[in-house]
Design a protein around this ligand. Structure first.
Ligand SMILES: Cc1ncc(COP(=O)(O)O)c(C=O)c1O
Length: 392
């Protein structure tokens, strides 16, 4: 298996030389010529059953698109998976996985915190699922005969809490485990290597990396991928080929971007720990945030997201967001530029108040997505925006 640094550059480009091109072509066709009615029917049936590729023709773009398929092969390579299936957003990917796992009308075990949208989807029962919220060490007890899947995020959005993936998989037994790997990216963590069934991404984040694409993707076995493709075909939760083209264009720089941002996040975490007015810093690089040594055990680095708690609660946090100049006060993450947001008021606002507080998302918590700007410039911006504490 090629190093991940090589895989990001070459992933999904296997057919380009034979096609006589150097850059992945953007195919915007909605329909495709058929060599014969017979071969068209065969390909339609094959794709509707969840096959990865047609034999002669994609038939219709809701069944298959070559530009999307190339980017999917790239993601599968990075996640060390048989296959990956792309969707129109991260939430479409979560929904499709629940559908493909047969979770509708059944039971799900979920570990908080999760991204607010995922939490809301499960807590609201909008897809007729019934959820037991469990701590990581309660998963075995939470499993029922009817449990369709276990869902977990690590590092978790927005607290950066780490969960031992191998331990969750062991407790889940025969029940499949869905890991939202958005924060780590496949550069830093590959959940399938720890026994997970699906590794899911909001590709809107670091995989896209430039804040201009909404997308989702799930990496898994070919058998699981077939079920996901079937769901995608009938629900139409497609990734637009233009978005797939941009995502593939972002792939070769993924490792460079993730590591550059991560270096700055580690440095800022250290500086913020000593900053008056900051009462807590959450970043997996800090020993107190990784008591079980999970970064070494299941990751290749602590990542580029961090969270801080500021003295003065909501008002102080709101003031920081109003006073930053280089950081953009905005939701989302994983872009080349740095973003700052208030989870309790924004990304996790939809989460039940009590559950949100219990999972560590309080009024003074700010989540920072570090970009690839100069670290001293980022520090200066935070330092001038943070409240002047008792010693500062
Ligand atoms: C960890 C995580 N998972 C899933 C999602 C949903 O992704 P999307 O916004 O692409 O639908 C998000 C969005 O912020 C996220 O942060």
């Amino acid at each position: 298996m090629a190093s991940i640094d090589t895989a990001v550059v070459h992933g999904g480009r296997d057919d380009l030389t034979a096609a006589g091109v150097h850059a992945p072509p953007l195919d915007r066709s909605t329909t495709y010529p058929l060599a014969s009615l017979r071969s068209g029917t065969a390909d339609l049936a094959r794709l509707a059953d969840g096959a990865a590729t047609p034999v002669d023709s994609p038939v219709y773009a809701r069944l298959h698109n070559p530009t999307v398929a190339r980017w999917e092969r790239g993601i599968a390579t990075l996640e060390r998976a048989d296959a990956a299936v792309a969707f129109g957003s991260g939430m479409a990917a979560v929904t499709a996985t629940l559908l493909a796992a047969g979770a509708i009308g059944r039971h799900v075990v979920a570990i908080r915190p999760l991204y607010g949208g995922t939490d809301h989807l499960l807590a609201s029962g909008l897809l007729a699922t019934r959820t037991t919220w469990a701590r990581p060490d309660e998963v075995a007890d939470a499993i029922e005969d009817d449990t369709a899947l276990v869902i977990v995020e690590t590092p978790a959005n927005p607290t950066l809490a780490l969960v031992d993936l191998a331990a969750v998989v062991e407790q889940a037994g025969d029940v499949p485990v869905l890991v939202d790997n958005t924060f780590a990216t496949p550069i830093l963590q590959r959940p399938l290597e720890h026994g997970a069934t699906w590794a899911l991404h909001s590709a809107t984040k670091a995989l896209g990396g430039h804040g201009d694409v909404i997308a989702g993707v799930v990496a898994c076995s070919e058998e699981r991928a077939q079920a996901l493709r079937q769901v995608r075909i009938v629900t139409g939760a497609l990734l637009d080929p233009q978005a797939a083209y941009l995502l593939h264009r972002s792939l070769p720089t993924l490792a460079l971007r993730v590591r550059a941002a991560q270096n700055s996040a580690c440095e800022l975490a250290k500086r913020l720990q000593g900053r008056a007015g900051v009462t807590a810093v959450h970043h997996p690089s800090l020993p107190e945030c990784d008591l079980d040594g999970l970064v070494d055990r299941q990751m290749d680095g602590p990542g580029s997201l961090l969270a801080i708690e500021v003295e003065g609660g909501y008002e102080a946090a709101a003031r920081v967001m109003e006073h930053v100049a280089l950081f953009t006060p905005a939701v989302s993450l994983g872009s080349t530029d740095s973003l700052i947001q208030h989870p309790a008021g924004l990304t996790h606002h939809v989460v039940d108040d009590e559950a949100r507080t219990a999972s560590g998302v309080g009024p003074g918590l700010l989540r920072l997505s570090i970009g690839i700007e100069d670290v001293d410039d980022l520090w200066d911006d935070l330092d001038q925006a943070l409240p002047v504490g008792p010693t500062g």
